[in-house]
Structures are given as structure tokens and as C-alpha cells.
Ligand binder design. Structure first.
Ligand SMILES: *[C@@H]1O[C@H](CO)[C@@H](O)[C@H](O)[C@H]1NC(C)=O
Ligand SMILES: *[C@@H]1O[C@H](CO)[C@@H](O)[C@H](O)[C@H]1NC(C)=O
Ligand SMILES: *[C@@H]1O[C@H](CO)[C@@H](O)[C@H](O)[C@H]1NC(C)=O
Length: 567
């Protein structure tokens, strides 16, 4: 197989990041009923119980916290969700049919897991390896936030109104909102407060104002663009479809350049006075973009979007719990929790302002991800059948592609680093890095593994709320480990840690290609050698570099538009 076909596939994958990202929450809703391939990996740990302990410390944290959140929020949201609950049932039924219990033939990595268990037991009282909780390269701290600096007059927004209804999960929507802010400025348009699309997949009726502070958003961006809560009366009666003012993702190419908007959207805006972007996933390029416009996008992401007090309060409770009731705030708390961060430090003036260390792990191993990867995970033919059935329903284009073109084999995909890390691989990586058995872990996006059955119904109703809490739990962590760098949550979280972290907030991003190479030797490799190679591979991904051209500023804010480099 030639490398271009692999590249072809990898392109397909990165293109679908958008749709793949937040189904984390999609799969949660199946929680209680679902017995899928996600559940089985944990069973593989039997006999290595204390590795589960390592992973499991905070399974229940979110649940615990949620039960303490103000009931009003839930009641209000339950009623709105119930109103909208007809269509999703179909999907749920489909899933129930295809997703059954399945047991892997044999524990993958059994030998390595035993070695890991042994090493962890031995290393219990040893100090952490040097640099475990730190960014290894000093240069990281030369980058300082600077997206707040403005160099222009406010736009009056006279050319018309831009409405946007963002699709996808919470994190995709965040990106869409900030891209819409930039487009509004580009076209001298007034932005109507963004709406979030209700989808049968997410089943979350949350709107912008349920998640983010509206007044802060409007006021903070006043020196940049004009934002209104609603379309003016006289425009509301327009049939936008009839006048061609509804612009869907099919009408705009991915990563469209500013010139596209000027040429194709501006005339429409001037003629109709209103444009409605529907979906708006990934529709504005990262390069080339005028520097001030790029900076506006950063400003939106890092300053204008503040969680509502309810979520901040919930986040504060979660963090307090993970930090073993310590009231000391972490370095990023104030950006995430607003006034609730201050409450945490009150009365503890004598001590360091840093709470106990914890690791956040975003284990992106849900069925959608697994099915989409076209990889094999040791479940044999049965697994392949299940995944194919899932693909037929959710990724029909992929099924078609697979039928009509010669695709790389699962082994080839694996060696190219295109397969999601399994829970076993993730745990081996963490153990090799030196996280010991006492490590406190916040596990994002994985409540489905062991939460009480009540959790299933809760998570099905509030995926956005939970996504916000995951965002907080991951961003505020001492160290953050992801298993898939393409996921929007992982991307936004690492960017946020880079932006506000002062070079002190490490993110662990596995180089899956190199790890695959190491894992190939699983049946012979010595633990010490395994450790060394994993540490080296992870350390390399922490190198400090400028944002590569055309890459996301939200993920890579180390660029002159967002941050300033002090030499
Ligand atoms: C927006 O307004 C600025 C300042 O008035 C002007 O220079 C620019 O050409 C306008 N752009 C559009 C697309 O109307
Ligand atoms: C934290 O506080 C809660 C509630 O007061 C208590 O149940 C829990 O045991 C405490 N946890 C620790 C680690 O101290
Ligand atoms: C584990 O090792 C065996 C034997 O070397 C190899 O065939 C297998 O592919 C390895 N597993 C992974 C996931 O690399």
C-alpha cells in the first residue's frame, strides 16, 4: 500500500474531527442499557484490580457534584428536554440492537500490564520522576497571553445581521461561535447571539445563555463588534429560506478564506440585511487571516466565553472534591470559575495557592471513535461485525468508501498512529510515565463506565452541562493527558492550558505512531526499556513551537496573534 492512500484516510479522519468530537456525550446517553465494546476493556483488567483503582478514583465525582447542583437548573432543563424528546428514540433503538456485550478473546497486553502493576507496586513510595508534573521545556514560559490588545475601532455593524446556529457538541460550538465573531467583524455585520442547534444525537436543548454569560460576551466584545440578543422586529418576519439567506455548511467550503466571505456572503448580506449560518463547523480558515481578525478569534475563545455562575459553581465543587477538599485554587481556576475561584482560596492565606496535584485524563474511546477508525481492537469477528453495523448507521460515507476503495489494513492503520488508544494502552502510557498508584485522576467523558444507573438518565439530559464540567476538570488539572489529539475537547483544553498556564501546565499528547511501534514489542520488551521509550516519545511532543501554518489558534495559541513571545 502506498503512503498516499494512508494519507487519504488520515485526511478523511481529520475532516471528520468535527462530527466525531463530542459524541462522548452521545454515547453516555446509552449508558445503562448499553453494553458495548467500551465496557469490555475494563473487564480485561480483572486480576489487575489496582490498575482500575488508578483509573477509577474519580468515577463518581461528577455524579456526586451534580447531585449537589441547584435543582432549579435541572428542573428547568428536564422540562425543555422532555418537550423535544421524540426523534432521538429511533437512534437509541438502533443502537440497542447492534450493541451487545462482547468479550475480547484474550487480554491484550496482559504481560505488559502485569509488569506495570509490578512496577507501580514497587514504586509506591518513590518520589515522582523528575518533570512528571511540569512542562519540560523552559521556553514554554516565554509565551504570555496577549490577545486582549486591540488595534482598531469598534465596527458599527451596519452591513446587516449575522445569525449563527452552531451544530455539534459544546466544544465544536465554542469554535463556531468565535469564528462567527470574526466573520461578523470581517463583514461589518452585527452578530445576533449565537444559537446552538438541537440535534437528535446530542438531545440537549441548552442554549448559549444556559452555558455562557450573555452580558459578558456582548460587553466584552463591544470594542470589536456589535452583538444583539435578537434580530430587530422588522427583520423577524423575513422568510430567510425564500430569500436565500440561509447558508449551510454545503454552501461554504471548509476553512474558507476571508475573500470567500467578501465575495459570496457580503453581497447577500447587503441585499437581504440578514444571513443565517446553519451548522457553521470549521468554516473559517486559520491562514491566511489578517492579524487583528485572528486575534479577535483568540480574544473570543480566551476571554469572551465565560461559563454561567451555575456551571462555575459546579466546577468549583468538582475541583474541590478532586483536590481532596483543599480550598486552595489552582493557577487556572480564576479563568474558569470566576468569583467561585476566589471563594476557594479564602481563609487559607498561609499556604501555597496550589491545590493537591491531579491528573485529568480524556479517554476518547467511545464506540463512534472506535468504529470510525476502521481499526481492530482484539474482539475478533464479532467486534468487526458490530463496528460495521455501527458504521452503516452513523458513517454511511465511510462504509461506501470502504466498499469501493482499497483501504489500509488495520495493522497499517495502527502503525501509522491512526487508531485510538485503548484504555489499556492509555493506562500503560501513564504507568510508564511514572504516575503512581496514589495519583488522583479526573476521568473526562467516561462516566458511562461505572456510574450508578441514575447517571445514565442524567447524562442523557445534560450532555452540554457535563461537557462544560469536563472542560473545567481537564483544564484546571495539574497534568492533562489525552488519548486523541484530534478531539475538540482535548484540543481546546490544551490550548487553554497553553494560553493561561505560563508554561507550567503540561499536556500529555501521545504520538500514536511512535507508541504503536513500541506496543508492537509488547510480548518481549523489558519494563525499563518500555518506560524509557514511552517517556521519550511523550517528551518530544511537548516541545515548544510556534503554531504551524493553517493549524488551529484555539489548539496552538503560541503564535503572534494570540500570545507574545518574550525573548
Ligand atoms: C468595514 O468598515 C471598515 C471601516 O469603516 C471599512 O474600511 C471596510 O471596508 C468595511 N468592510 C466591509 C466589508 O464593509
Ligand atoms: C470531603 O468532604 C466531604 C463532605 O464533607 C466528605 O464526605 C469527604 O470524605 C471529604 N473527603 C476528603 C478526602 O477529605
Ligand atoms: C503485541 O505483540 C504481539 C507479538 O509481538 C503482536 O503481534 C501484536 O501486534 C502486539 N500488539 C499491538 C497492539 O501492537
Amino acid at each position: 500500500m502506498n503512503s498516499s492512500s494512508i494519507n487519504g484516510v488520515s485526511k478523511t479522519f481529520s475532516d471528520s474531527d468535527q462530527s466525531l468530537d463530542t459524541p462522548t456525550y452521545n454515547s453516555r446517553k446509552r449508558g445503562a442499557k448499553k453494553r458495548g465494546i467500551k465496557v469490555s476493556p475494563l473487564k480485561r483488567f480483572k486480576g489487575l484490580g489496582f490498575l482500575i483503582g488508578l483509573l477509577g478514583v474519580f468515577f463518581f465525582v461528577n455524579w456526586w457534584m451534580l447531585s449537589r447542583l441547584n435543582h432549579a437548573l435541572f428542573i428547568q432543563k428536564i422540562s425543555s428536554s422532555v418537550k423535544n424528546s421524540e426523534s432521538p428514540v429511533v437512534i437509541k433503538e438502533d443502537l440497542r440492537k447492534i450493541v451487545k456485550v462482547k468479550k475480547p478473546q484474550k487480554t491484550p497486553f496482559g504481560r505488559l500490564l502485569k509488569l506495570a502493576a509490578h512496577a507501580l507496586a514497587e514504586g509506591q513510595n518513590k518520589p515522582d520522576p523528575k518533570g512528571l508534573w511540569e512542562e519540560p521545556y523552559d521556553r514554554a514560559s516565554n509565551w504570555k497571553p496577549c490577545a486582549e490588545e486591540r488595534d482598531w475601532e469598534p465596527s458599527e455593524g451596519n452591513n446587516g445581521y449575522i445569525m449563527v446556529t452552531a451544530n455539534g457538541g459544546l466544544n465544536q460550538q465554542r469554535v463556531a461561535v468565535c469564528n462567527a465573531v470574526a466573520v461578523a467583524r470581517l463583514l461589518n455585520a452585527t452578530l445576533v447571539l449565537p444559537k446552538f442547534m438541537f440535534s437528535s444525537v446530542w438531545r440537549d436543548a441548552s442554549q448559549f445563555g444556559d452555558i455562557y454569560q450573555e452580558e459578558h460576551f456582548i460587553n466584552y466584545l463591544k470594542p470589536d463588534i456589535r452583538i444583539v440578543k435578537e434580530l430587530p422586529e422588522e427583520l423577524r418576519s423575513l422568510d430567510l429560506d425564500a430569500i436565500d439567506s440561509v447558508v449551510t455548511d454545503e454552501d461554504i467550503m471548509k476553512e474558507a478564506k476571508p475573500s470567500f466571505y467578501r465575495k459570496n456572503i457580503l453581497p447577500l448580506l447587503l441585499r437581504n440585511k440578514v444571513i443565517h449560518f446553519l451548522g457553521f463547523g470549521n468554516r473559517l480558515a486559520f491562514d491566511p487571516i489578517p492579524i487583528q481578525l485572528q486575534r479577535l478569534r483568540c480574544r473570543c475563545n480566551f476571554y469572551a466565553l465565560q461559563f454561567v455562575p451555575k456551571i462555575q459553581e459546579g466546577g468549583a465543587l468538582i475541583l474541590k472534591r478532586i483536590r481532596q477538599n483543599s480550598t486552595n485554587a489552582g493557577p487556572l481556576d480564576s479563568y474558569l470559575l470566576g468569583p467561585y475561584a476566589k471563594k476557594m482560596v479564602k481563609g487559607k492565606s498561609g499556604r501555597s495557592a496550589k491545590g493537591p496535584k491531579y491528573l485529568a485524563l480524556h479517554l476518547r474511546y467511545e464506540i463512534d471513535m472506535v468504529a470510525h477508525s476502521l481499526c481492530e481492537f482484539g474482539g475478533g469477528e464479532e467486534e468487526q461485525k458490530e463496528l460495521e453495523a455501527y458504521r452503516q448507521i452513523h458513517f454511511p460515507a465511510l462504509t461506501l468508501l470502504k466498499k469501493n476503495e482499497k483501504m489500509p489494513s488495520p495493522d497499517e492503520l495502527r502503525s501509522e498512529g491512526l487508531c485510538p488508544l485503548t484504555p489499556e494502552e492509555a493506562v500503560l502510557m501513564l504507568a510508564a510515565l511514572g504516575f503512581n498508584r496514589k495519583t488522583h485522576i479526573f476521568l473526562a467523558g467516561a462516566q458511562i463506565y461505572g456510574g450508578p444507573s441514575r447517571l445514565a438518565s442524567l447524562t442523557s439530559l445534560y450532555p452540554h452541562l457535563l461537557a462544560a464540567l469536563d472542560f473545567i476538570g481537564c483544564t484546571a488539572s495539574t497534568a492533562f493527558a489525552m488519548t486523541d489529539s484530534g478531539s475538540q475537547l482535548s484540543a481546546l483544553v490544551s490550548g487553554y492550558r497553553m494560553y493561561y498556564g505560563g508554561g507550567q501546565m503540561p499536556s500529555i499528547r501521545p504520538n500514536k505512531r511512535r507508541l504503536a511501534d513500541i506496543f508492537l514489542k509488547n510480548s518481549t520488551i523489558e519494563w525499563k526499556v518500555f518506560e524509557q521509550r514511552v517517556r521519550k516519545a511523550v517528551r518530544q511532543t511537548k516541545q515548544v513551537h510556534r503554531r504551524p501554518t493553517a493549524r488551529s489558534i484555539y489548539r496552538h495559541p503560541r503564535c503572534k496573534e494570540c500570545m507574545c513571545l518574550l525573548e
